[in-house]
Design a protein around this ligand. Structure first.
Ligand SMILES: Nc1ncnc2c1ncn2[C@@H]1O[C@H](COP(=O)(O)OP(=O)(O)OP(=O)(O)O)[C@@H](O)[C@H]1O
Ligand SMILES: [Mg+2]
Length: 459
């Protein structure tokens, strides 16, 4: 078995098997009850008309139908170079509509939400933040049949030898790994760099792993279910003993985004030299992803697509509060929209005529310069009446598992009609009727904008 190092470098072909950084769109997150968890889609019939309420959406039929048209355009790949701009008063469901559009496009489609003000950071250039979001919204599904050694680890013995260079201490010269499947067992003698990878993945005896034969990349699949414990709650995933031989060909499907590939190739990896040790100690998080690196990644990706190994899955970038962007960001957005690898862009704002940020005299509709507005399809959201607000509150209550007492719904709907669906909680706080809703209200009415935005740490 050839045991090369799995360390990617910018000049070598991009190791798409390099572990992507923890993805922002993990399944664990979406299962949480969030302000929009009742939204399952646009709720349109097959001929594109909106039912009064469907897929968690109440009313707002015009906007939903318009978004349905956009979804069709996107699916037939006729929406490139354009953006969807959602405008309307606060709390009228713009963010919800954007989410519904992403649901309609399919669940494996990357959805990358951000808020306009996120671009203002002292560490990273504004345009860089935008570019990164765009890259994160382009998925790549890589299908490969690879030669792997797979099985449950039965033995893990590093063999040490004297270090010929320093005379002090010992180094690992190779590692013996025993793998077991239903059909048989095999003992492998592996290179020390693979041992490092094994340590990094925290692999111990009893885990099911596979080692890729020609790159030496090690992946932990889970713990063998022979070791399953009787705890009710556990973070471990148990997998059955693999079938077939230890050495076999296996079809691997990986979903990564271009952003993941950029990040994986920009970060120093491997731990060969002192600098990369420093790099992992000083948790810098972001290393500069240069344009050159992006072009490099694009080239490799294009190669994979041409060979039929990978498939590009264009996703959705959602920029909420788009009026917070400034004129520089807007011009850059224009450029990004026209690039060949552009995802679908959805913008949202609740401003009417407003000054374009970063200028002193340009006032334009929605605070968006007219040249970008020209590229947008604008969809307006309408306000709700009391009955509709009542329905939304009822929906939310169901999602939160709350039972509303008599009269409560009417009372909240009345407040919702007077204020917005979000900010009227204060005036009813303290009422004995609604104390039971404290949780629901804080979730539903005081929905912080950040709930849709992935904070820096989870990136
Ligand atoms: N038509 C609707 N059907 C069901 N739920 C809705 C509808 N419209 C809004 N909601 C819910 O109401 C809450 C507020 O809506 P949302 O956050 O989408 O408003 P917004 O237009 O983005 O407001 P802002 O301008 O303040 O960002 C959310 O929980 C959303 O899911
Ligand atoms: Mg919003």
């Amino acid at each position: 078995m050839k045991a090369t190092s799995a360390t990617p470098s910018t000049s070598a072909p991009v190791a798409h098997n390099a572990l992507p950084p923890p993805s922002a769109t993990s399944n664990a997150r979406s299962s949480r009850i969030a302000p929009h968890s009742h939204i399952k889609g646009l709720g349109l019939t097959s001929d594109g008309l909106a039912a009064p309420d469907g897929s968690g959406f109440i009313g707002q039929t015009n906007a939903r139908e318009a978004c349905g048209v956009v979804v069709d355009l996107i699916k037939s790949r006729k929406f490139s170079g354009r953006a969807l701009l959602l405008v309307g008063a606060p709390g009228t469901g713009k963010t919800a509509l954007a989410l519904a559009v992403s649901h309609e496009l399919g669940n494996k489609v990357p959805f990358c939400p951000m808020v306009g003000s996120e671009v203002y950071s002292t560490e990273v250039k504004k345009t860089e933040v935008l570019a990164e979001s765009f890259r994160r919204a382009i998925g790549l599904r890589i299908k490969e049949t690879k030669e792997v050694y797979e099985g449950e680890v039965t033995e893990l013995t590093p063999a040490e030898s004297e270090n010929p260079l320093s005379g002090y201490g010992k180094t690992v010269s190779h590692v013996i790994v025993g793998l077991k499947t239903v059909k048989g067992t095999k003992q492998l003698r592996l290179d020390p760099t693979i041992y490092e990878a094994i340590l990094k993945e925290k692999i111990v005896v009893g885990d099911v792993i596979y080692v890729e034969a020609n790159t030496g990349a090690v992946k932990r699949v889970g713990r063998s279910d022979a070791y399953a414990s009787s705890y009710d709650l556990e973070s471990e995933t148990y997998v059955p003993l693999p079938k077939g031989d230890v050495h076999k060909r296996k079809e691997l499907v990986q979903d990564v985004t271009l952003g993941d590939l950029d990040a994986a190739n920009a970060r120093p990896q491997g731990g060969q030299d002192i600098m990369s040790v420093m790099g992992s100690l000083v948790k810098s998080g972001r290393t500069e992803v240069t344009d050159k690196l992006r072009r490099e990644v694009n080239k490799v990706v294009k190669g994979y697509v041409d060979q039929g190994v990978a498939e590009v899955v264009p996703g959705v970038v959602f920029i909420d509060e788009v009026h917070m962007l400034d004129i520089e960001c807007f011009t850059y957005l224009n450029a990004l929209l026209e690039s060949p690898m552009a995802p679908t862009v959805i913008l949202a704002t609740n401003r009417g005529n407003a000054l374009v940020r970063g200028t002193t005299d340009i006032v334009s509709p929605h605070g968006v310069p007219v040249d970008l507005l020209d590229r947008c399809l604008i969809v307006k959201t309408d306000g709700y009446n009391r009955e509709q607000i009542g329905k939304v509150v009822q929906l939310r209550a169901n999602v939160e598992g709350l039972k509303l007492g008599p009269g409560v719904l009417e009372r909240i709907a009345e407040e919702g009609e007077r204020g917005s669906m979000r900010y009227d909680s204060i005036s009813i706080n303290g009422e004995p009727l609604v104390t039971a809703f404290a949780d629901m209200l804080s979730n539903f009415l005081r929905q912080p904008q950040s709930s849709l935005v992935f904070p820096e740490e989870v990136r």
